[in-house]
Design a protein around this ligand. Structure first.
Ligand SMILES: Nc1nc2c(c(=O)[nH]1)N[C@H]1C(S)=C(S)[C@@H](COP(=O)(O)OP(=O)(O)OC[C@H]3O[C@@H](n4cnc5c(=O)[nH]c(N)nc54)[C@H](O)[C@@H]3O)O[C@H]1N2
Ligand SMILES: Nc1nc2c(c(=O)[nH]1)N[C@H]1C(S)=C(S)[C@@H](COP(=O)(O)OP(=O)(O)OC[C@H]3O[C@@H](n4cnc5c(=O)[nH]c(N)nc54)[C@H](O)[C@@H]3O)O[C@H]1N2
Ligand code: SF4
Ligand SMILES: [Mo]
Length: 721
């Protein structure tokens, strides 16, 4: 096969358009697609590595089974039939909840896996559903559900029109943006400055984004809720509130009352941000023509992650910047997942309709927080998890207290992993079911179009035919779902693959046609799969538009400014405020440090360390520490240090930098490829250590159940000491 293909990169949320040159069945170049309607030629170092991912000799292509003498290749039919019988057998013996499922991050970049994986989990009928959501954006979805009535009505910064962008706990220079699909974020941030606007970064580390910002504000990890409350306090004090007709007046009064004790002066000691700075930021925010407050992983994954997202939404609402140009806006995606009339409407959400068995953490959207997974496997009694299915995830490296989860996985009766790598998690499986890789299947961004800074749509055809006998994620899920049903009914299992008449593409085609840009839709652009195929560079469907109150999904089409659930969490917040405020221990006393994470442009969570070109250069898995803190511990540059938390310890080299706040240290996540029994030849040479051997499964945002990674207390010593 020879020719030029146009594809969306599926590695991060930016959705860059790629131009892929193929000669004689081999990729000769991957470049940014200059004609792409959204990304206009942008790409990062990871995009071209889709070639090496595709060619990686460690990538699995056919099912393997763990046996006493090692991994053995098996046929799809034998694997799928045995899995169906084992899962049904375990559920018959111990009940439905004895099977747990975990969906990892790449699921949301793979629409086939999403659509057909969901059918599978529906059939498993277990309460033990988990995903990367609860180590990530759960607070965003929860607050969208509570305030706007739908978990996917997520406010997106109108980056191209804003004049004041307040970023907390996000580092788009490294991550390329999150819950804000935005190719070429650097250029768009610079454009804010060029039009006379400003962007400000609040972060315990002077990140790459902060270094280019108009202002960087250091903040003590985990204290953002107090900073945000202080901003609101200041806005009220200065009379800068613009009440929205979509909010109840008594709710506005309520926020004023709640904010009364968090004055900029009172929060100063707890956050490390001066009262003067808070007052000034509040004024600048209120003055700007179009301002938006945005918080990402650093504020979602903390003890008050949900309260933080509530306060961020509240700041945008109270200053008239919600659903308004230059503020936080909402997409109208071509495949609409919010509108009740849409064929693809997803559940608006649910919260706390049941709780986890051992610790009583609340369900959200039928899922339990993954911080509870290990204990659900390890704790005996009715409802104990005995079998586990993972899909596109590596929870041993990506969820808190990975060491405990490892112990749990080795206790299971049965485990299956949908993955093309034999890694730190999948090595515990009895079967690994490897799907085709991204270039071998078609693609539509079901999720990231919902979070994009413009309304866009693009459909990509596969670049390569898969090798004979390989299957897509959705085909594996589809067969297994039906096989499971047959096994449950005691019927014979077929000796051939059970094919589905419905395909992901047919589902999308129907949704596009009946969606807002379809023939009968309000925008009437006659959008369909055919139309998208005819536009391989994608279609720009326009800038984000105001859509309230019509698109609000609350029963009264109003914003619920102060959800009851948030009110009930205020006691916990106040308690922590008093506790930290009265603590005599200075953060930078040298005895205990607060640990935070970080991302690097050339990493992608845990799974792209096997690509040699991305691993060149300086060691990235280091402990960042302020030189003064290092000096007080007698630690020198590159020296191996021991970092210890309540749950574990790791060794890694120190990297001294004034970019760290005093008393705070940073380690990237996704490393720790030291574990034996994996097949990751390159990654194991750049093994590093896993931050999640230090993060604590007992440290969660008690309201949402989301993992609280930011601000884990650790002690540090020289290895040689
Ligand atoms: N290159 C690359 N890109 C990625 C990924 C990747 O692994 N690598 N992962 C993708 C995924 S899954 C996601 S979810 C997104 C995430 O996208 P981002 O949220 O932009 O990612 P991070 O770089 O982790 O940014 C989090 C920031 O929060 C800061 N922080 C930590 N604790 C606190 C705190 O208590 N308060 C405040 N204010 N800040 C804090 C950290 O120092 C860090 O700079 O990135 C996506 N893109
Ligand atoms: N301490 C700390 N921990 C964190 C974070 C942090 O900031 N700090 N960030 C968290 C965040 S935001 C996230 S999203 C999670 C990610 O956590 P996970 O989703 O659990 O882990 P990943 O590293 O993304 O692993 C993805 C797996 O999917 C496989 N894979 C890739 N593509 C496909 C595919 O198309 N199909 C299938 N079947 N498999 C595929 C890869 O081989 C890999 O094994 O990590 C979280 N963990
Ligand atoms: S920024 Fe994200 S989408 Fe764009 S090329 Fe890099 S990894 Fe791919
Ligand atoms: Mo994520």
């Amino acid at each position: 096969m020879t020719g030029t293909h146009f594809r969306t990169c599926t590695l991060c949320e930016a959705m860059c358009g790629l131009r892929i040159e193929v000669e004689n069945d081999s990729i000769v170049a991957i470049r940014g697609d200059k004609d792409d309607a959204f990304s206009r030629g942008h790409l990062c170092a990871k995009g071209p590595e889709l070639k090496n991912l595709y060619e990686d000799s460690d990538r699995l292509k056919f099912p393997i089974k763990r046996t006493p003498s090692g991994w053995e290749k098996v046929s799809w039919i034998d694997a799928l039939s045995d899995i169906a019988l084992r899962l049904v057998g375990i559920q018959d013996q111990y009940g439905n909840d004895s099977v747990a499922v975990y969906n990892g991050n790449p699921t949301v970049h793979n629409y086939g896996s999403m659509l057909f994986g969901q059918r599978f989990t529906n059939r498993i009928r277990t309460k033990n559903l988990y995903s990367a959501t609860s180590v990530d954006q759960l607070p965003h979805q929860l607050l969208s559900y509570l305030m706007f009535g739908h978990q996917l009505l997520v406010p997106i910064p109108d980056i191209d029109n804003t004049n004041f962008f307040l970023i907390l706990g996000g580092n788009p220079f490294a991550s390329n943006g999150s819950l804000m699909s935005v190719p070429d974020v650097k250029k768009r941030l610079k454009a804010i400055q060029e039009r006379g606007g400003k962007y400000v970064v609040v972060d315990p580390r002077r990140t790459e984004t902060a270094a280019h910002a108009d202002e960087h504000i250091f903040i003590r990890p985990g204290s953002d809720a107090f900073f945000l409350f202080a901003i609101i306090h200041s806005l009220f004090k200065k009379n800068r509130i613009k009440p929205s007709s979509l909010c109840k007046a008594e709710d506005v009064d309520r926020i004023r009352e709640l904010s009364s004790e968090f004055s900029p002066q009172a929060t100063e000691k707890v956050t490390g941000v001066s009262a003067e700075t808070v007052e000034r930021i509040a004024s600048e925010f209120a003055d700007a023509k179009g301002a938006v407050c945005y918080g990402r992983v650093g504020v979602s994954t903390q003890e008050f992650g949900a309260i933080c997202q509530w306060l961020i939404n509240s700041i945008n609402i109270l200053t008239g910047n919600m659903d308004s140009k230059g503020g936080a806006m909402f997409t109208l995606p071509a495949v609409d997942v919010v509108d009740p009339k849409s064929t693809m409407r997803t559940s608006p959400g649910s919260f706390d309709t049941f709780r986890s068995r051992v610790r009583g953490l609340p369900e959200f959207n039928d899922e339990l927080p993954v911080a509870a997974l290990a204990e659900e496997i390890l704790t005996e009694g009715e409802g104990q998890v005995k079998a586990f299915v993972t899909s596109a995830g590596n929870p041993v490296l990506s969820t808190p207290n990975g060491g405990k989860l490892e112990k749990a996985l080795s206790n299971l009766e049965f485990m299956v992993s949908f993955d093309f790598y034999l890694n730190e998690t999948t090595k515990y499986a009895n079967y690994i079911l490897p799907p085709t890789s991204t270039l071998e299947h078609d693609h539509y961004d079901l999720i990231f179009n919902v979070f994009a800074v413009r309304n866009v749509a693009r459909y990509c055809q596969p670049v390569f035919e898969p090798e004979a006998g390989m299957l897509h994620d959705w085909e594996i899920f589809s067969d297994l779902t039906k096989r499971l049903e047959l096994a449950r009914a005691g019927k014979p299992l077929p000796e051939e693959l059970i094919k589905s008449k419905i395909t992901p593409a047919s589902i999308i085609d129907h949704a596009l046609r009946s969606g807002p840009y379809g023939a009968k839709g309000e925008k009437n652009l006659e959008l369909s799969l055919e139309a998208l195929k005819a536009n391989p560079h994608g279609l720009d469907l326009g800038a984000l538009q105001s859509c309230f109150p019509e698109r609000l999904q609350t029963p009264d089409r109003k914003i619920c400014l102060v959800p009851e659930r948030i009110l009930s969490d205020m006691g916990r917040l106040k308690h922590r405020f008093e506790e930290v405020g009265s603590s005599t221990e200075n953060v930078s006393s040298g005895r205990s440090f607060l640990l935070i994470g970080r991302r690097h442009l050339r990493n992608n969570n845990s799974w792209m360390h096997n690509l040699p070109k991305l691993m060149t250069g300086k060691d990235r898995c280091t402990l960042l520490i302020h030189p003064d803190d290092a000096e007080s511990l007698g630690i020198r540059e590159e020296e191996e240090v021991l970092v210890e938390s309540r749950v574990g310890k790791i060794f890694l080299p120190a990297e001294l930098t004034e970019d760290m706040m005093r008393g705070v240290v940073s380690i990237p996540h996704g490393f720790g490829h030291t574990r034996s029994g994996t097949k990751l030849q390159v990654a194991s040479q750049f093994a590093g250590a896993s931050i999640n051997d230090l993060t604590d499964d007992s440290s969660v945002d008690e309201l949402s159940g989301n993992a609280a990674f930011s601000g884990i207390p650790v002690s540090i010593r020289r290895k040689s000491a």
